[in-house]
Design a protein around this ligand. Structure first.
Ligand code: MLT
Length: 410
């Protein structure tokens, strides 16, 4: 008899974005003539930077020649990419991160999901609410979440509401917590923490021996100077934080897959008997055992994002999406809707018109305007009454979506 991991049976039927894709496909089948604009899942539409394309072509040719062919690479990433990351994303900002603290991977979704492998099951987990569903679902899978209550909350997870009433800034947890997920610029609300606000969390973590899992997948969208680009800009963060970064939203790698995670050597966890253990060592052990590295061709593409041309092209793409975000923000505000985010982020968080639930607004937009968003409540109970739109569409579709949204009667 095969016994299963019963934690999986506690999960809701399907992953949020799979659920939405199914709904949209059903609508499409029923209305084949409708022109649907998808501003739901945060998937990009612009191609990879030309510098990455050229690097990939060159790498493909290398793979065709026995003299330059590459088989298994280092699981943690090739030196050429790791050193480029360290130089550009850390040293250039005056941050002291070393190459053996960087682990190249196939995505921040995987890494934020897999990091739980090296953490004990009795840790108390806190999340900001609403939140990227991967953090919660993977803790349910591991058995850290308890049971789902009628109010949509897991019994063992600590929820830190981020709503308009608190300017989307989470309060420190009242009770004991061991692990906290922070994502800034935030998915889904599109809001940020200033350096001063993030420092409160780092100080709290230092004082209470809490691990911060800092998801920085949207770092490239930061436009304001008081928003930190890395948690390691805060003194002491190397003792309490793991940082996740991705090329997906930065350079269009959603289908190409490349990201990295920084696990500082100063970070320690404890065995049940109180012995200190390096988290860097544990993550290295996990990574080398369960992962065989990102393909050479893709790592060359990622490296090329940091060349002079690559940086310029990445910036053009980010500016393009930020312009979409502005169009959505301004268009919806003019319409009288309350909107948040979209300044340091590709996400716009919209308050639903009076009396409408998140799913009600989602259905209205899909059925009446053929625009797809993501219902806020799908990201957690505090997301009820909101809907997320992304700026990752084309300019044309974004403009068309906004002109359709102008038809909303509030
Ligand atoms: C989102 O829409 O929240 C993102 O696409 C999710 C992801 O990056 O996995």
């Amino acid at each position: 008899m095969i016994l299963i991991n019963e934690n999986y049976t506690k999960l809701p039927g399907s992953y949020l974005f799979s659920d939405i894709a199914r709904k949209v496909n059903e609508f499409k089948t029923a209305h084949p003539g409708a022109t649907i604009i998808r501003l739901g899942i945060g998937d990009v539409t612009k191609p990879l930077p030309q510098a990455s394309i050229e690097a990939m072509h060159k790498a493909v040719d290398e793979m065709a020649d026995a003299a330059t062919f590459r088989g298994y690479g280092p699981e943690q990433g090739y030196d050429f990419l790791v050193n480029t990351i360290v130089e550009n994303d850390y040293k250039a900002r005056g941050l002291d991160i070393s190459a053996d603290e960087v682990f190249v991977s196939d995505g921040s979704k995987s890494d934020t999901g897999n990091i739980g492998d090296i953490l004990g099951l009795d840790n108390i987990v806190a999340i900001t609410d609403p939140v990227y569903p991967v953090y919660v679902d993977t803790n349910v899978m591991a058995g850290r979440a308890g049971d789902l209550n009628e109010n949509g909350k897991w019994s063992k997870i600590i929820y830190l509401p981020c709503i308009a009433e608190n300017d989307f800034v989470p309060s420190l947890p009242a009770g004991k917590v061991d692990i906290i997920y922070l994502c800034y610029p935030n998915n889904p609300t599109g809001t940020t923490l200033t350096k001063e606000q993030l420092k409160i969390w780092v100080d709290y973590a230092l004082k209470n021996k809490v691990l911060i899992l800092f998801d920085s997948a949207y770092e490239a969208y930061i436009t304001e100077s008081d928003v930190p680009h890395s948690i390691y800009e805060i003194e002491g963060a190397k003792e309490v934080a793991i940082e996740f970064r991705s090329f997906s939203k930065t350079a269009g790698f959603t289908g190409t897959r490349c990201a990295y995670t920084v696990v500082p050597k100063a970070l320690v966890g404890y065995t049940g008997s109180g012995e200190k253990v390096s988290l860097n060592k544990l993550w290295n052990r996990r990574h080398t055992t369960k992962f065989n590295g990102v393909p050479y061709i893709i790592q060359r593409a990622a490296e090329a994002c940091y060349s002079v041309e690559g940086k310029k092209q990445v910036k053009e793409t980010i500016d393009y999406y930020l312009n979409n975000a502005k169009i959505i923000r301004e268009g919806l505000s003019t319409q009288g809707l309350k909107v948040y985010g979209g300044v340091n982020s590709p996400y716009i968080w919209v308050k639903t018109p009076d009396g409408m639930t998140s799913w009600g607004f989602f259905d209205y937009l899909l059925n009446e305007l053929n625009v797809v968003g993501t219902p806020g409540v799908g990201f957690g109970p505090s997301g009820e009454g909101y809907l997320r739109l992304t700026a990752f569409g084309t300019l044309e579709n974004t403009k068309e979506a906004v002109s359709r949204l102008r038809k909303i009667s509030i």
